[in-house]
Design a protein around this ligand. Structure first.
Ligand SMILES: NC(=O)c1ccc[n+]([C@@H]2O[C@H](COP(=O)([O-])OP(=O)(O)OC[C@H]3O[C@@H](n4cnc5c(N)ncnc54)[C@H](OP(=O)(O)O)[C@@H]3O)[C@@H](O)[C@H]2O)c1
Length: 283
């Protein structure tokens, strides 16, 4: 697996296994064990995915040395502010059953983000978290928070795929040497994306599926991709994208698919409150 160096020196595998919507009923455990068997060494969970327990257990039971697996989790809105942030970090560590988390993110950028960030900076200094980052930051949100941070984020995890290329925020992130991580790397299974004629032609040419072309595009763009699947065959194939390379012309064709739009607008009125009510995370 290719590694990417973050601005704090921490190295992250270029592809991570996403576990959003994989329930903590044995499914998350099974999927993460399958992903680790298939060669993934990077798992992307969150307090608000309600499966940190099974993700941590799968990592611990895998027999793979802890330092060879990169685990990301995310602080939820109900744990923002400095004191609540400390509680949220301890809660993630406890649910995961791990001594440290490799990357911890501000999941949604609303409310007392600076207080939560301070708690995350402290946990990083104590070695409980190796790297800290943000998610869902648009240029407007970025400018309202990041310039005040004492520690710059290592990543911004945003919606990204050939239809949603996030040019504006990525330009701003490049000024801070902050890497993008792609959520919805295959458009959350969007049929229009996966059946797009350009993507279908490249899939045919390279003997890959449409999802793999999207992931390869992201890898070549230097964007960390987080494909999710609960299907053992797709778990395996989604990480099998290192035996071919898209040409410059093909990358240009994929750049041209950008719609400039995203399915989620973090700047929309009331989003923070809606999300806080939709996902109730216990301590
Ligand atoms: N920070 C955030 O706010 C945020 C938001 C959303 C997601 N995320 C992260 O990003 C990860 C990925 O997002 P996502 O799971 O919603 O979207 P995704 O990875 O783009 O798409 C997953 C969907 O595509 C299907 N699929 C998987 N491999 C495929 C392939 N090769 N060809 C066609 N379809 C395929 C999956 O079905 P099967 O399971 O049946 O294979 C599933 O329905 C999440 O798991 C999470 O870790 C973060």
């Amino acid at each position: 697996m290719e590694m990417i160096k973050l601005n704090d020196g921490v190295e992250i595998p270029a592809i991570g296994f996403g576990v959003y919507m994989i329930p903590n009923d044995g499914s998350a455990y099974k999927a993460v064990r399958e992903a680790l068997d298939a060669g993934y060494r990077h798992i992307d969970t969150a307090a608000a995915y309600f499966n940190e327990e099974e993700v941590g257990k799968a990592v611990r039971d895998s027999g793979i040395p802890r330092e060879e697996i990169f685990v990301t989790s995310k602080l939820w809105l109900s744990h923002y502010g400095y004191e609540r942030g400390k509680v949220g970090i301890e809660s993630s560590l406890k649910k995961l059953g791990l001594d440290y988390i490799d990357l911890y993110l501000i999941h949604q950028p609303y409310g007392d983000v600076p207080g939560a960030w301070k708690a995350m900076e402290e946990a990083k200094a104590e070695g409980r978290i190796r790297s800290i980052g943000v998610s869902n930051m648009t240029p407007k949100i970025w400018n309202s928070f990041v310039p005040q941070f004492a520690t710059k984020p290592s990543v911004n995890q945003i919606e990204f795929n050939p239809f949603t290329q996030q040019k504006e925020i990525r330009r701003l992130m490049a000024e801070y040497d902050v890497k993008a991580e792609a959520w919805y790397p295959m458009g959350h299974g969007n049929a229009e994306l996966l059946n797009n004629p350009v993507i279908a032609r490249l899939a045919e040419k390279y003997g890959k599926n449409a999802g793999q072309i999207c992931i390869r595009f992201e890898v070549q763009e230097g964007v960390i991709a987080l494909p999710k699947s609960a299907n053992p065959e797709r778990i395996r194939t989604n990480a099998d994208v290192f035996d071919f390379e898209l040409t410059e012309e093909e990358m240009e064709e994929l750049y041209a698919l950008d719609t400039g739009k995203s399915s989620h607008d973090p700047d929309a009125e009331g989003v923070g409150e809606m999300l806080l009510n939709a996902f109730v995370v216990e301590d």
